[in-house]
Design a protein. Structure first.
Lengths: 403, 136
């Protein structure tokens, strides 16, 4: 027995859809079995909240009088560099952008107190942000300088456009060297002092639809507290990594490129973050509502932490030097217990992705669907799955001849 | 009865060069464990101590410090978590040496027990949203 997107949406519109979170679905399937669960449950909601560096914001701040053309010039928001290679008053600011005067890692490890991600958080929080532009001036855009305060409500458009969010599974980071290292996976103490991981596991969006059956171009999502959309596979989308029998990839695999209107979002679900010694990044709340079309989707969404594993990677050597292989793997159930074994040593495992926030997002999305506010939709086009053969290629450097 | 308390002492300029802690242990039977000590360029001293002794000795020791013009306050008043900044990610838990920051299971909410904090400040910069604040 199977259901169509239309049938599920009819139920959602009437407020009759049965919606559970991915955490609750584990219990539903354990109690009732896959067949009954597939008949009874219409939608399973997921959530994640973690650092996603490839996030950023497009904004259009309106034309000044007289006009100024930021394009080809230089524009900053609260001093943070933006990309101004677009039309006159369109800018893009990425999560990891910094102020020119930021000391970065000159005194190691740098603090990275304020960057593009913090500008995005300030804007979504409704705070005033300083916009400064240096332009070269043209006949149609004569002005050469602008220095003004802007805020979100006065912008024409402000939408997140993030090339890579919602990583499907990820590494467990450890440090085998003799000194503390400072990474995007947090502070890693020497000699296997701690293991840091960063997926919501059983609640994580793409781990609940591991082969992207219901997720593709146009899929409606929870993004930063508002409604957003999947625009396609994200950068470094790598569906062909080895998978377990339940189709869950054993390492970082699929990713999503997403967009959404910042004016709908909230600073609770978009946070500027500073990783000591590494840089700034944006913590993003993202959730998917997965339609339970058939028994296969019921089974997939009932995946639990003990059935999902991640590779343990040494961030002092293997990761920076691109040395293939890993130090074994651990399940999310083991990681969440707080201790894992690596190289025969028992070490503490801690998350970087907020499980309580993932629970909150999946719960909120469940409310939205149950209240008829959030419909599911068939993808306009699929994103490449395991059968696509698509891989994630390294850079092949070519020598440059200097003339 | 033995007590064990973590306190923050602020030394005025004229006391920085006197062996106050030595008297504290010799005359008042208190054991001490120095968690942190510093003297600013303005010659103002700051010391974070764990004091161990009987309640009576502790009270006498505290009175002695007050006589010397040294202000004292419990450490737990000085290490704070800004709850609206904390997103319960867990990044601080792995580097906290005293397990003052820990995960509550199964909710995975990050708990903070100021009584166990040694004010090492490792969490301050390790927290991605900078929710941990130390102000002496």
């Amino acid at each position: 027995m199977s259901k169509t997107y239309e049938e599920i949406n009819e139920k959602i519109k009437k407020g009759q859809a049965v919606v559970v979170t991915a955490e609750e679905m584990i219990g539903v399937v354990a109690e009732k079995g896959v067949k009954k669960a597939a008949q009874e449950v219409d939608v399973v909601t997921t959530g994640t909240f973690g650092a996603m560096c490839s996030s950023g914001l497009f904004l259009n701040f309106g034309h000044a009088k007289p006009r100024i053309k930021a394009g080809g010039g230089k524009a900053t928001l609260n001093g943070v560099a933006t990309y101004a290679g677009l039309a006159a008053v369109d800018l893009y600011i990425g999560a990891t952008a910094l102020r020119e005067e930021d000391p970065r890692n000159q005194v190691f490890p740098g603090a990275f107190a304020y960057g593009g991600a913090h500008v995005i958080e300030d804007l979504v929080a409704g705070k005033q942000v300083r916009l400064e532009i240096e332009a070269y001036g043209t006949d149609c855009y004569p002005r050469k300088k602008l220095d003004t305060l802007i805020r979100l409500e006065n912008l024409n458009e402000a939408f997140l456009f993030s090339p890579r969010n919602a990583y499907q599974n990820y590494n467990i980071a450890v440090n085998r060297s003799d000194k503390t290292i400072y990474t995007y996976m947090g502070v890693l103490k020497a000699r296997l002092g701690n293991a840091n991981y960063c997926s919501a596991g059983q609640l994580s969006p793409l781990l609940n639809d591991p082969e992207y059956r219901t997720i593709g171009v146009g899929t409606r999502i929870f993004l930063g507290g508002g409604i957003g959309y999947v625009t396609g596979p994200g950068t470094q989308h790598n569906p062909t990594v080895p998978r377990r029998d339940n189709k869950v990839p054993k390492a970082g695999a699929g990713t999503l490129a997403v967009t959404g209107d910042l004016k709908q979002m909230s600073a609770r679900y978009l946070r500027g973050a500073s990783f000591q010694g590494y840089g700034t990044t944006l913590m993003v709340g993202l959730g998917l509502a997965i339609p339970i079309l058939d028994e296969e989707m019921a089974e997939r969404t009932a995946v639990s932490d003990d059935q999902i594993t991640a590779p343990i990677v040494d961030y002092s050597e293997s990761y920076p030097q691109c040395v293939p292989g890993n130090l074994g793997e651990a399940s999310y159930a083991a990681l969440k217990s707080g201790r894992i074994a690596v190289d025969g040593k028992d070490l503490p495992a801690v998350p970087l992705s907020s499980y309580p926030m993932a629970v909150e997002i999946a719960g909120l999305l469940k409310e939205w669907v149950a209240a008829g506010r959030f419909l599911v939709a068939a993808p306009v086009d699929p994103i490449p799955g395991p059968e696509s053969g698509r891989t994630f290629k390294p850079l092949v450097e070519c020598p440059v001849e200097v003339k | 009865m033995q007590v064990k308390r973590r306190v923050v002492l602020h030394f005025p300029q004229q006391k920085v060069d006197q062996p106050v802690i030595c008297y504290l242990t010799r005359d008042h039977n208190l054991l001490f464990n120095i968690l942190r000590a510093s003297i600013t360029p303005e010659d103002v001293g700051l010391m974070v101590l764990e004091l161990i002794g009987t309640e009576a000795d502790y009270e006498r020791g505290i009175a002695y410090l007050a006589e010397q013009g040294i202000t004292l306050q419990p450490l737990k008043q000085d290490v704070l978590r800004t709850d609206e900044r904390c997103v319960n990610c867990g990044a601080c838990v792995g580097i906290c040496p005293s397990e003052a920051l820990f995960l509550e299971r199964p909710s995975m909410v990050v708990g903070f027990d100021p009584e166990r904090c040694t004010a090492c400040e490792a969490c301050v910069m390790a927290c991605p949203t900078r929710a941990m604040v130390v102000r002496y």
